[in-house]
Design a protein around this ligand. Sequence first.
Ligand code: DX5
Ligand code: ZN
Length: 223
Amino acid sequence: MPALTVPLIAPSILSADAARFGEEIKAVDEQGADWIHLDVMDGHFVPNITFGPVIVKALRPYSKLCFDVHLMIEPVDLFIEPFVKAGADQILFHIEAGPHAHRTLQTIKSFGIKAGIVLCPATPAQAISELLDMVDTILIMTVNPGFGGQKFISSQLPKIKQIRQMADATGRDIRVSVDGGITKETAPLVIKAGADVLVAGTSVYGQQDYRQAMNALRGTDKK
Ligand code: DX5
Ligand code: ZN
């Protein structure tokens, strides 16, 4: 199925005030966010550490929006059930995190939640070609994972286009998401390439007016 005409905005709380994560989630929810993006880092798969299921569970009451949990951890499978129990609506994991991505997708789906696969900038689109019948979301990293506030890697644009074509060819309803360096300048480029979920940390939480910031990314502020 084709891309959504208006992209979904998934603010990443990595750039929010960490001492007030709950209120920061409530704020973007009230101001029109579509999903809440939660970045889980283990200090092993990526050179940074954030939070685990205990914090996700504590944040769950602050919004009914889709909790889009981006696991930057290795191994993955051991931690799926704890994140499901914590309230994840969708779990995304990296294709680079291990040899058994198919099994990981089976495990996530067995809990009745949505599953997504993530590709680092160095990973070609073909790496996920055998998994398209199982994924609800494909997330293309447009920075190297680990930190907010990095510069958009424009060499990923053809890959976004290629993945949109691969997703459309399945006839399934698959979201194509992008994460890293998404600003009001880069958003039109990724939308044109076929993305229909924009993950954004700095360009939402780094702004005064969250609603205006999200509409600027959607492109609906000009209409
Ligand atoms: C990076 C994370 C991103 C991060 C994006 O590893 O996956 O979700 O928060 O931050 P910005 O939007 O500031 O590039
Ligand atoms: Zn992320």
